[in-house]
Design a protein around this ligand. Sequence first.
Ligand SMILES: Cc1ncc(COP(=O)(O)O)c(C=O)c1O
Length: 405
Amino acid sequence: MIARRLVSLHSRVFLPSLRTMSSIPPPECLFKEMNIPNRQLYGPGPSTMPQAIGSSQAQPLLGHLHPEFVEIMSQVRLGLQYVFKTRNAYTFAVSGTGHAGMEAAILNLAERGETILVAKAGIWGMRAADLGRRLGLKVEVVEVPDGQVVPVSAIEEAAKRVKPAVIFVCHGESSTGIAQPLEGLSKIAHDNGGLLLVDTVASLGGAPFDADALGVDCVYTATQKVLNAPPGLAPISFSDRAMQKIKNRKERVASFYFDALELGNYWGCDGEMRRYHHTAPISSVYALREALAIIAKKGIDTLIQQHIDNAVALYSQLDQAGFKMFVEKKEDRLPCLHTVRVPEGVDWKAVQSSLFAQGIEVAGGLGATTGKIFRIGTFGQNSEPAKTKEVLSKFIQVVKEQSKL
Ligand SMILES: Cc1ncc(COP(=O)(O)O)c(C=O)c1O
């Protein structure tokens, strides 16, 4: 009797009336199909996705610890070791976009109060510095004007002075279009008691990179650039030296989700029984597996060379049409993302809209380069010379029409 009264009191006090529940009508827009034009993505990413990668995502879901899925995860790890060029056991993919890779890397490699030395050549160095401050690190920045690379000698001088726990460099600075030289940086980091962290979000597969030969301690990338997969995973790799530091931290990593030891266990990197860590984005892992298979069949070095050859042809086509590249020294340019100065009097937004109308994306600048440059990404399959030539011809024509207005 008392129990029944309590139940009726509970429903009167806590349960919303039907009238309140139905006050928000279902959104009309959800009754219609989504509008997704078939656009060729020649911006700074995401890049155009091959059919095979898209279809892989439509495969049936598996559970995140089902044996067949675990086997796919192992294949992804091998594929990532192949593209990063590393034998690091702790090579896997963080769930999240490139930023998740950056956060996971910095969170794991440095402890509160330690110093991170950031080589800043554009917005991504700035982002790493900001993240370092948020995480309670001391941040030292060596910077250069946009369009230039950070001299190795400047990084060395700063490292000797501040003895950083981590040196951060962005290999492919997508806001300016430079390719940061990496040779000699791991020795500088190690000689000064620290680790080398490299962002290859915009460069992996599109510019020469060899994690083990360069002595890189942590490298991350993202799926939506040269890999031509959808955004959503951040492949990452930690060297044995980095893992040594992580295993001997004074404090546990302040994030469960990004803890390299937890993630490494789930991805099968530590040889122990896999524990549930989070529900992996299953379909995104299928897509990454497919993207890696495409690269394995082509060959990573062939893919990198294709980007380099394609870039040479692109420079010549733009030069003949009277355009100026933003990065003056050819050897400093990223072969998969090209930054072109917006010619005097041209409205870059109007150029972008006009190309959109033709089914092509080319982007403007980012951060300090907004309004100054166009960014043309020729990532992965977009780096086939015939495709690039066709897209560039349309770009050149639209800019020329604009400058006549
Ligand atoms: C060099 C670089 N690092 C990091 C990021 C961040 O990646 P995401 O947008 O996937 O989080 C980007 C994105 O364009 C990038 O180009």
